[in-house]
Design a protein around this ligand. Structure first.
Ligand SMILES: Cc1cc2nc3c(=O)[nH]c(=O)nc-3n(C[C@H](O)[C@H](O)[C@H](O)COP(=O)(O)OP(=O)(O)OC[C@H]3O[C@@H](n4cnc5c(N)ncnc54)[C@H](O)[C@@H]3O)c2cc1C
Ligand SMILES: *[C@@H]1O[C@H](CO)[C@@H](O)[C@H](O)[C@H]1NC(C)=O
Ligand SMILES: *[C@@H]1O[C@H](CO)[C@@H](O)[C@H](O)[C@H]1NC(C)=O
Ligand SMILES: *[C@@H]1O[C@H](CO)[C@@H](O)[C@H](O)[C@H]1NC(C)=O
Ligand SMILES: *[C@@H]1O[C@H](CO)[C@@H](O)[C@H](O)[C@H]1NC(C)=O
Length: 500
């Protein structure tokens, strides 16, 4: 019989993995009930949290925001560890969206806010309605969204919902007076452009290639914590460091890329347990250097992108393959790409001086940006931004535009989430054709019907955590955190430890 302590191996030292490790360690610290390991493929902790430096500025290449502070466990850690204030804060963008913004049409025409605002309000209300939130006021846009109250189920996408809303707006608003001072733009095409600008932002934040692949019905299931959205002044990575700090030295092993996960769908028979060279633990991990490690329980926290590749015919990460329901869930759920590009310029772009400017790219575009050289990026963005601003600069050459008309960026730093094999994208979404049920299915531990199996160490062999396994908070750091705690608690309960 097996007499050693159960061995728990967590794959991935990101938010989910370290939340689970922290929880397991703290809960059993004095008793030392488990052998606990974290195996990380990369050379740092944090995963999709990656606080970095650019031209003397501190920037976040991955997660940046705490999406709502009330009830957020990430906010709680940041507060307890005094991470929210700093003299030299990381990428301060708080209040970014409420600051006065200008909207510029191609050719440098600055749009009057009184023109932009109604379309922005329409977009905001459509978005809120799709998220199941109350819609502001009782004006035109609430009339429009009411039309959707009895919209039937089916494979409706966010993209199609939004465009129906815009069409409804046009059918109700008869004012087609031309807009002054914007060159050849018609009112309708300008409205369409403003609406499309909001769609682009929404697309980036959902990390989808196309809003037509984002499921409409899932939107109202997604939850946000109430309260402000803020950045972490001393860097997001500090939250991760705080979780890792309780673990004994050596718990986290770096450069350990898991290639194969062998598990026992029918539990672990007595014979197998006694087999030569087998230490009786039901799960075996094989690393890319050929070494192996056995475990009683494995918590997988790798991204949905890594799982998607893992179920590929030519990869077959799981031996035997995952049950078909899980494979379907992994295939159907969406996993997108969002990248951040930081550029340095030595002169102000329109009125406000800026040192470095962060831009977002997503989907297929982002993957293309990742494949370009730094020089190509710097030149490309310099030309694009210069063209966008060209007529603007001529108008205001007296005060703002500096010495030359041509804007030139000097330096670039960008993330590479799509091409990094440890991530293969940025975060998950519910795609048309999938639903929240797929997320729950993904979160189910293996083997199925575990409780029928004889020994407790044959049960709960493979557990799933990570951002993509949280039904209502997927795509966020707190979703990842909560999923790690969930799986740690599952194991603690399994061994009758107190679950707080
Ligand atoms: C650009 C960007 C912006 C974002 N902005 C925000 C934001 O503002 N707010 C927010 O809340 N969230 C944001 N997110 C999402 C957030 O970063 C993630 O949801 C969260 O960090 C995911 O944590 P995780 O533990 O689930 O996965 P990960 O952080 O991906 O951790 C998994 C770990 O597993 C490792 N790994 C992968 N494969 C293997 C293998 N085969 N063997 C061993 N190890 C492996 C990886 O190296 C990684 O360290 C953003 C993400 C990106 C990319
Ligand atoms: C406006 O459009 C006409 C024809 O479509 C074109 O000839 C003209 O150059 C355009 N003017 C501007 C300012 O773009
Ligand atoms: C994380 O940040 C470092 C720089 O600090 C960078 O080299 C690396 O590419 C980043 N990772 C990703 C996936 O963007
Ligand atoms: C929804 O989409 C899926 C996959 O794209 C398809 O199999 C299914 O039949 C569609 N359902 C409806 C109601 O259109
Ligand atoms: C688990 O139980 C369900 C329902 O009892 C059954 O349909 C399914 O085949 C079982 N799965 C396995 C792997 O035994």
């Amino acid at each position: 019989m097996v007499s050693k302590k159960p061995r728990i191996v967590i794959i991935g030292a990101g938010m989910a993995g370290l939340a689970a490790a922290n929880k397991l360690f703290k809960s059993t610290n004095s008793k030392q009930l488990f052998e606990l390991w974290v195996v990380e493929g990369g050379s740092r902790i944090g995963g999709r949290i990656n606080s970095s430096e650019f031209c003397g500025d501190q920037v976040e290449l991955g997660a940046t925001w705490i999406h709502g502070i009330q009830g957020s466990p990430v906010y709680e850690i940041a507060q307890e560890s005094a991470l929210l204030h700093s003299d030299q804060p990381w990428e301060v963008m708080d209040g970014f969206y409420s600051r006065e913004q200008i909207t510029v049409a191609e050719g440098g025409y600055e749009l009057n806010p009184s023109f932009v605002q109604p379309i922005s309000t329409l977009f905001k209300n459509l978005r809120k309605f799709s998220e199941g939130k109350p819609v502001d006021g009782d004006g035109l846009s609430s009339k429009i969204v009411k039309r959707w109250s009895n919209f039937g189920p089916g494979n409706l996408s966010v993209g199609s919902f939004l465009r129906h809303g815009l069409e409804a707006h046009w059918s109700l608003v008869k004012d087609q007076k031309p807009v002054d001072g914007v060159g050849n733009w018609s009112r309708k095409s300008l409205e369409e452009a403003v609406f499309a600008m909001h769609e682009t932002t929404h697309r980036a934040y959902s990390a989808v290639d196309d809003l037509w692949t984002l499921d409409y019905n899932a939107q109202s299931e997604y939850e946000m914590f109430p309260g402000e959205e803020i950045t972490i002044a001393r860097g997001y990575s500090r939250v991760i460091e705080s979780l890792a700090s309780v673990l004994p030295v050596g718990t986290i092993q770096f450069g350990r890329i898991v290639e194969k996960i062998e598990w026992q769908p029918d539990g672990c028979s007595q014979e197998l347990r006694m087999k030569d060279g087998d230490d009786g633990r039901p799960v075996k991990l094989q690393f890319c250097d050929g070494s192996t490690v056995s475990a009683d329980h494995v918590i997988i926290t790798v991204s949905l992108g890594v799982l998607k590749r893992g179920i590929d015919q030519d990869c077959n990460m799981f031996i035997p393959p995952l049950p078909s329901l899980k494979i379907q869930a992994i295939s159907r759920l969406g996993y997108g790409l969002l990248d951040k590009v930081f550029l340095q310029t030595n002169r102000p772009i329109i009125k406000k001086p800026m040192i470095s400017n962060s831009l977002l790219a997503n989907g297929q575009e982002a993957l293309e940006v990742e494949s370009l050289s730094d020089e190509e990026i710097v030149n490309g963005f310099s030309t694009t931004v210069s063209n966008l601003l060209s007529s603007k600069s001529q108008d205001e050459s007296d005060e703002d535009s500096g010495d030359g008309k041509q804007l030139k960026f000097d330096k670039v730093l960008r993330s590479g989430w799509g091409s990094d094999p440890l991530f293969l994208g940025s975060y998950s979404y519910v795609a048309v054709g999938s639903s929240g049920d797929d997320i729950d299915e993904l979160a189910e531990p293996l083997p199925e019907n575990s409780s029928d199996l004889d020994s407790p160490r044959s049960q709960l062999q493979v557990l799933f955590a990570g951002e993509a396994t949280h039904r209502t908070h997927y795509s966020t750091t707190h979703g990842a955190y909560l999923s790690g705690i969930r799986e740690a608690n599952r194991l603690l309960k399994h061994y009758n430890c107190d679950v707080v």
